[in-house]
Design a protein around this ligand. Structure first.
Ligand code: PMP
Length: 310
């Protein structure tokens, strides 16, 4: 996946891929003390454009704040750094991964004296579950691992160490033959996928949960809610029970990596007869049309990469 990526932005400069390293004594390696983002850049008729760059960068700074980490670069610098990286690597579309993490100075729990490294990677990455999953959906397994509660860690922050929970759940799910894991919250209702938020369709209404169920507040989730409203589809935010999911007409996962992926089955139960439903398809189509610059509404969600030709 990384072969086509030649350049990395690291601590203020663009460096060759092999030189973008930090020391093995780095605090982040030992304790997971980093925050990151996952962002996509899509090819549009006017050249590459970063999808919802502002929302992702806002979340990056909010994640850092939750852990008391100071990012010395202002948001404009990181935005320009992402653009520069796309230009230098010659990408038309790619996945972008900014990460801010504590480096090497001490390995006491408190990283106060450790430097904060800021790096951005970019590489071409197809949709997470594969192109065919966008049409045919994924088979999700309900995990025996519970999503950690927001009283344990700030679930709305996207922090490195927090992902061990997702990794355990995904490992079990894929070992058991599922494509993706669904985690319940401590209250026994649905939280989210290992790396995605969840939407259900019931009687023509789109249902999703929120931060009260220990989820990461996804940028794609927000995009989908706005797209639904644009299309006149009612949206309701509420607690989602497992019963709601298995009795739903349609269900799909949302995330930057997974984009909008239908769920065709949960454990042994088919959802919507096991085929992508019409509302899922409609929202997917609008989402991709906006992302690739072929839909005039929501143009403000695209940040064109200057200096790239079409
Ligand atoms: N939940 C989790 C746990 C995630 O890792 C992600 C991916 N960032 C999401 C939800 C979806 O968020 P977004 O749409 O901003 O990518």
């Amino acid at each position: 996946m990384f072969e086509q990526s030649q350049w990395v932005w690291m601590d203020g400069e663009v460096v060759p891929w092999n030189q973008a390293t930090i020391h093995v004594s780095s605090h982040a390696l030992h304790y997971g003390t980093g925050v990151f983002e996952g962002i996509r850049c899509y090819e549009t008729p006017d050249g590459p454009a970063i999808f919802r760059a502002d929302a992702h960068l806002d979340r990056l700074y909010a994640s850092a704040l939750a852990y008391g980490m100071q990012i010395v670069y202002p948001t404009e610098v990181l935005l320009e750094a992402m653009c520069e990286l796309i230009r230098r690597n010659g990408f038309r579309s790619c996945y972008i991964r900014p990460i801010c993490c504590y480096g090497s100075k001490s390995l006491g729990f408190l990283p106060n004296r450790c430097p904060v490294h800021v790096a951005i990677l970019a590489w071409p990455w197809e949709t997470m579950h594969g192109q065919s999953a966008l049409e045919h959906g994924v088979h999700v397994g309900v995990s025996r691992w519970t999503k950690f509660h927001s009283s344990m860690m700030p679930t709305t922050a996207k922090a490195c160490g927090q992902y061990l929970n997702s990794i355990l759940a995904l490992r079990d799910a894929t070992t058991a033959g599922f494509d993706e894991a669904l985690l319940m919250d401590l209250g026994g209702t649905i939280a989210e996928g290992a790396g995605e938020n969840l939407f259900l369709v019931k009687k023509g209404t789109l249902l999703t949960n929120d931060q009260r169920h220990s989820i990461l507040m996804g940028v794609t989730r927000d995009a989908v809610m706005n797209i639904a409203r644009d299309l006149g589809i009612p949206v309701e935010t509420r607690t989602l029970e497992l019963d709601d999911l298995v009795s739903s007409e349609e269900a799909f996962l949302t995330g930057t990596a997974a984009e909008i992926t239908p769920i065709r089955a949960v454990d042994s139960r088919l959802i919507g007869g096991g085929v992508r439903g019409p509302i899922t398809k409609l929202i997917q189509e609008r989402f991709f049309a906006i992302a690739v610059g072929r839909e005039p509404t929501r143009r403000a969600w695209l940040h064109p990469v200057p200096g790239t030709t079409t």
